[in-house]
Every structure is written in structure tokens, then in C-alpha cells.
Ligand binder design. Structure first.
Ligand SMILES: C[S@@+](CC[C@H](N)C(=O)[O-])C[C@H]1O[C@@H](n2cnc3c(N)ncnc32)[C@H](O)[C@@H]1O
Length: 206
């Protein structure tokens, strides 16, 4: 879901960028273990829309590491297994790959259950780097890691007025909620159509 959102942003803003999604697409202790349908569905969705600039790399994060040059990644989204040990491992392994403009996004900074530990790494990193945290849903940490992070990101990270921060958080929480409601609406319409079809078939069989 988030990877598709990044790719969509690249398309909409007409950016000259390359994107890579790295995942075993087998699942993990937190996401749950899942079957081939997840990868196949994603491939079917991804290729016609994003294949011109994006690749799905089916491997572990560690196996993919050698295929990226040091200092080459401007935006890194970390969203693998969410234990403290796993997220520290992923961040420490990939930090050499980050460019001077790099921003790192940490998914699930606001989850306090099931041995999630992103919040703990986030609480350590936010003392060291400019940052902004979206709190809604599972939380998303924006870390201004590089020494030359774009001005607009620094502006977000340097907000200090509680009311300005609240406006931004509320705006994004509201947008997120609208997306969820829209998806629920589409699913409900599909369910209704399927139910109507079943009724029509049953009636025609009588
Ligand atoms: C929460 S999901 C990620 C969702 C994704 N960020 C998105 O676009 O919405 C976590 C994923 O991490 C993958 N994963 C966990 N540990 C991994 C590892 N060490 N190497 C590769 N993939 C891993 C799992 O297969 C699972 O699909």
C-alpha cells in the first residue's frame, strides 16, 4: 500500500526518480505469513502503472544491500519486521546507502503491542536528527538524516508551534481517514454487486 503511494506520487509529480521495493513477499512475524497471491496481486497492479521507473526486488533486505551504491538513496522507507532488534538491524545496514539529501521514513512508530519496537528506535533517533512524527493510525516517523535534506522537509521538521504541528497532523490524519473510507465504500459496492448477482442467479434457477 505505501509503496504504491510512493510510486503514485512519483507519477503525479512527474519526478525523474527510480524506485525499488524490496520484500520476500512471504510475510513475517508481525505482518503474518502469507501466500503467493500477495506478490501476484501486487505485480499485476504494479507493472502496468509503475514498471517504467520501479522494480520489485524479491529478496531479503540483507541480500539486496550489495545492489545499491553507498550514498545513493534519497528516500528510504523502513517497514519490515517491527521488533526493536529488526528495525535497528535494517536501519544500521542501510544507513551507508543514504545520500546527503536522505530522508528516512519509519513505519509504525506509534504501535505499543506485540513486541513492536520502532517507537524505541524512533525515540533514540529523534534526539539526534531533525524529525517529524505523524501519529495517526500506526504512526510514521520522518527523519531528516542527510546534511543537505531539502528545505521543505526541514521546514516540516523544524515546526515548533504546537498549533502548527497539530494542523499538519490533523490534515494528514483526515486525508488518511478519507482514503480508508473511500476504499471501504468501493469494497461495499463490490459486495453489494456480488450479492445482487447471486440473488439474480438464484431467482433465475427457480
Ligand atoms: C508491513 S509489510 C510492508 C508493507 C509495505 N511497506 C507497503 O508497501 O505497504 C512488512 C513486509 O516486510 C517483509 N519483510 C520482513 N522482514 C524482511 C526481510 N528481512 N527481508 C525482506 N522482507 C522482509 C514481509 O515479507 C512483509 O511483506
Amino acid at each position: 500500500m505505501s509503496y504504491a503511494a510512493f510510486c503514485d506520487a512519483v507519477l503525479r509529480a512527474d519526478l525523474d526518480t527510480q524506485c525499488f521495493a524490496i520484500d520476500t513477499w512471504q510475510g513475517d512475524a508481525h505482518a503474518g505469513y502469507y501466500g503467493e497471491d500477495v506478490y501476484n496481486d501486487l505485480r499485476t497492479f504494479h507493472d502496468p502503472r509503475y514498471a517504467a521507473f520501479s522494480e520489485l526486488i524479491r529478496s531479503t533486505f540483507d541480500q539486496a544491500l550489495d545492489y545499491f551504491q553507498d550514498g545513493s538513496i534519497d528516500l528510504l522507507h523502513i517497514d519490515g519486521c517491527h521488533s526493536y532488534e529488526a528495525v535497528c538491524h535494517d536501519f544500521n545496514n542501510w544507513r551507508a546507502k543514504l545520500s546527503t539529501r536522505a530522508v528516512v521514513l519509519f513505519h509504525d512508530t506509534n504501535v505499543r503491542e506485540r513486541n513492536f519496537g520502532v517507537w524505541k528506535l524512533w525515540s533514540e533517533l529523534k534526539m539526534k536528527y531533525p524529525n517529524f512524527e505523524f501519529m495517526h493510525e500506526h504512526g510514521l516517523g520522518v527523519l531528516a538524516f542527510g546534511s543537505e535534506v531539502p528545505e521543505v522537509v526541514l521546514k516540516l521538521c523544524n515546526l515548533s508551534s504546537p498549533s502548527d504541528i497539530a494542523v499538519i497532523r490533523n490534515r494528514f490524519a483526515f486525508s488518511g481517514r478519507s482514503c480508508i473510507l473511500e476504499a471501504m465504500h468501493v469494497q461495499a459496492q463490490r459486495d453489494i454487486s456480488a450479492a445482487e448477482l447471486r440473488v439474480t442467479r438464484t431467482e433465475s434457477e427457480r
